[in-house]
Every structure is written in C-alpha cells, then in structure tokens.
Design a protein around this ligand. Structure first.
Ligand SMILES: Nc1ncnc2c1ncn2[C@@H]1O[C@H](COP(=O)(O)OP(=O)(O)OP(=O)(O)O)[C@@H](O)[C@H]1O
Ligand SMILES: [Mg+2]
Length: 257
C-alpha cells in the first residue's frame, strides 16, 4: 500500500458550547503533516469534543479548522476516526467489514493488506462475533487504514490490547503510512512513547504543548523519559491544584459572608 502524505491541521479559536456548557474555549492547535500528536488531560476537559470537531462530525460554535489550508465544512474527507468500540457489522465477515464501500476492482487486495498490517490476515473469513475484543479493535483499525487516511484520529483506541502490543502496532503503522496522527490517551507513558508533541487539554484549552525530542524507538527506562513522564503527569494531575487555587477567592468570600 502506498504511503500517504499527512494532512496539515490548523485549529483556530475553536469554541464549542452545549447549552450553557462551554466545552472548547477558543482553542488553537496546529498539526504539521505527518506529525504525531498525543492528547492528554483529565476527564471532561474536551478532548473527544475536539476530535469530533477535527473529524467534522459537529459544527463549531465559533472559530474553525483548516485542513491543508482549506476551511473544513462537513465531514473531514482526509481523516478516519477510531473510537473505543469497534463498531463492526455483525452480518459481514471480517474481510468485508474492512473492505466495505471500497472500489470494486481492488477492494479485496486492499482489505487483505490492511488486515495483514494489523496481524489478522488469517481471520479474513471469520464473523466478527468469534473474534476477541482486541481482535475486533484491530479489524476496526484495518478498516480505518484501508482508506489510506492522511489524518488518523484515535480516541483511546485498542483498549482491549495490552499496552505493549497497542503501542508497537500504532507506531509501526504510523511510521509506515506517514499520516498525521491525533491520539487521545490516558496513559502518559504511551503519550511519550508515541508523541512528537504532548498536548494537555484542560477546561477546553491547550494548557501545555510539549515537544518530545527523544529518539525512536523510545525506552521507558531512559532517565530523560522518566523525567518527562513525571513532568507531564504532574501537569495532568496539577489541574486539581489549579482549580482549587482558582476557587480559593470564591471559597474565602463565601466563608467570610
Ligand atoms: N453532545 C454533547 N452534548 C452535551 N454535552 C456534551 C456533549 N459532548 C460532550 N459534552 C460535554 O462536554 C464536556 C467535555 O466532554 P468530552 O467528551 O470532550 O471530554 P473528554 O476530555 O473526552 O473526557 P474523557 O477523558 O472522559 O473522555 C463534558 O462536560 C461533556 O458532558
Ligand atoms: Mg473522551
């Protein structure tokens, strides 16, 4: 399968409001072609909402997204998204799930290649129901890859795989295909293993954007890795302290009232 050129993404002043809940607050983020961005942050910070906006599943309340310099309207055609659940069609065999909707002339070769890349070539003729959770997720990954996306959006994907397999699989495929990657993960080690940059999203904003310069493949035991992991973890957990600081004035005002 030919490698693809990664898409360039520019998120500019992106704001998303649900009712009175402002989930994204004039968020800015750039992704260079082929870059791997690892997104971290506490639950409810707006990570998945940002992903859905970049995928073009929802419309921003304000601001917008440029893909290769073009304003994104409607679905992002250069992107594929992978969610936590595999969402396979139970009445189609594995190979057909992967190749669904592809051009008739070469769908089979393409689907077989994608299955091979996720290590499931020999399961092509099986029904989804007989696969393990991790295998279903790998089929979903193959289904995303078969379209040769220039941007892969991953929302805590492959959770049913062990951390090592997940990491190796994602890194190997990214290095081969050269798409731009946006990975949401709760695992700081995974973020540092994979990310060219680690981006922390808190309260609808980017509050840390850190370039990882460690050479690949990265090793968890390196002192530099450990130092970085500690720093990022502290920043991720630190928003609790930040919230308390921000609330202190209010709390004091209440207490003295
Ligand atoms: N469709 C929706 N309608 C209303 N509120 C929403 C909707 N989607 C998300 N929200 C709200 O937006 C906020 C951020 O949600 P989001 O799913 O983006 O967080 P997250 O950072 O991905 O969290 P997690 O780590 O738990 O997945 C939450 O308060 C959530 O309730
Ligand atoms: Mg989420």
């Amino acid at each position: 399968m030919a490698s693809v050129q990664g898409a360039e993404v520019k998120v500019m002043g992106l704001t998303k409001t649900y009712g009175s809940n402002q989930v994204l607050r004039s968020l800015d983020l750039d992704i260079a072609p082929g870059e791997f961005i690892a997104i971290v942050g506490r639950s409810g910070g707006g990570k998945s909402t940002l992903l859905r906006m970049i995928a073009g599943f929802e419309r921003p309340t304000d601001g917008g997204v440029l893909i290769d310099g073009e304003p994104l309207r409607g679905r992002n055609r250069s992107a594929r998204t992978m969610f936590q659940n595999a969402r396979l069609l139970p009445w189609e065999r594995v190979l057909d799930n992967v190749g669904l909707g592809l051009d008739k002339k070469d769908w089979r070769e393409k689907a077989e290649k994608a299955l091979r890349q996720v290590g499931l070539a020999e399961r092509a003729g099986d029904w989804p129901a007989v696969l393990s959770g991790g295998q279903k997720q790998r089929v979903a990954l193959a289904r995303a890859l078969v379209r040769e996306p220039r941007l892969l959006l991953l929302d805590e994907p492959l959770g049913a795989l062990d951390a090592m397999t997940r990491l190796e699989l994602i890194e190997r495929i990214w290095q081969k295909r050269k798409f731009s990657a946006f990975l949401i993960t709760h695992d700081v080690d995974e973020a540092i293993m994979l990310g060219d940059r680690i981006v922390l999203i808190e309260d609808g904003r980017v509050t840390m954007d850190k370039r990882v310069t460690l050479p690949r493949p990265r090793k968890r035991k390196d002192q530099e890795f450990l130092t970085l992991a500690e720093e990022v973890l502290e920043r991720v957990m630190g928003d609790e302290a930040g919230l308390i600081n921000g609330e202190r004035d209010k709390i004091e005002a209440l207490a003295s009232a």
